[in-house]
Design a protein around this ligand. Sequence first.
Ligand code: ZN
Ligand code: ZN
Length: 365
Amino acid sequence: MQKVHRQRLAQVQSKLADRKLPALVIFSRANIRYLTGFTGSAGILVVGRDGWAWLITDGRYKLQSREQTKGTSVKIAIAKQTHKVLANILKRLGVRQVGFEGRHCTVAFLDGLREELKGTKIRLESVANIVEELRAVKDEGELTNIRKAAQLADAAFEHALKVIRVGMTEQELAWEIEAFLRTHGADAIAFPPIVVSGERTALPHGQPSDRQLRKGDLVTMDLGAMVNGYCSDLTRTVVIGKPSAEQQRLYRAVWEAQQRGIEAMVAKQKGKKVDSIVREVLDKHGLKKLFMHGTGHGVGLEVHEAPSLGQRSKDILRPNMVVTVEPGVYVPKFGGVRIEDMVLVSDSSPEILTRAPNPPKILSV
Ligand code: ZN
Ligand code: ZN
């Protein structure tokens, strides 16, 4: 793993050189893990254009940080007051312009750091997406973990289909999914499973409640595993018993929108364009206004990461990006349908990584 971390650090350093930025302070845990292998819950990484990198963490992670970054060029500093140590490192290295991840830094930390840097010529500048852009394109090792996480999500969904029954609550079904993931090889769940039923399926991100499942209910399950830090994300909507004509109609429209969206997932495609294609299909069915979220997002160390598929997206798809395609329609007081799969982008046709059954007619359980 160390070789891969050395390469990634070198990539960041060359990006800093391109931007004429002497140093970058990284706060995002996922970014720190990606660049160094360090998985602790507290730490700051500062990377210099000239090849140096310091990881500042606290006493709890003294051993772990050394072990996990062995073989990389990362130096470790153990400190109680991380902003002071960071200021000292920046002063000692004589950098003037320093970028920091404004999106991942607290105002309190920044105030403390500014205080320490008073009287120096060091200028702080908020920057975004330097590491995220690298993370969007996956290497083979990452894809292996993502594939495992996707297979586990599929298996958890199959398990849910086996245990689902009238009278059980949404919370009970969510726990079945979570327990399955945790006992079948996930190091964690990617996020707490969403299980909503009946009218509650009109909530795109509703939390499982104590509502009992009934005959004729739509049931939406949105779930994901984490394997070696890498996430999966899968959604299916099923019906208990025989679907009504309206349930079937909504489902069919979402399914068709998702299929058209997936077909469009090729390298060089604009994220915005995939979103438009999906919206056009729903528009044809008179359902566009009932789709109020983006079409998809990248998945990796975080369950939501770059690139994004939405109307405001400026992202362009590249080979080895892993992105969800997840249209949905949500009818207040009736219910909703969402179908989500993870797609691996390549120069040729896209590969669907999640393999849970996805028939054109709603699955009846
Ligand atoms: Zn999801
Ligand atoms: Zn998703």
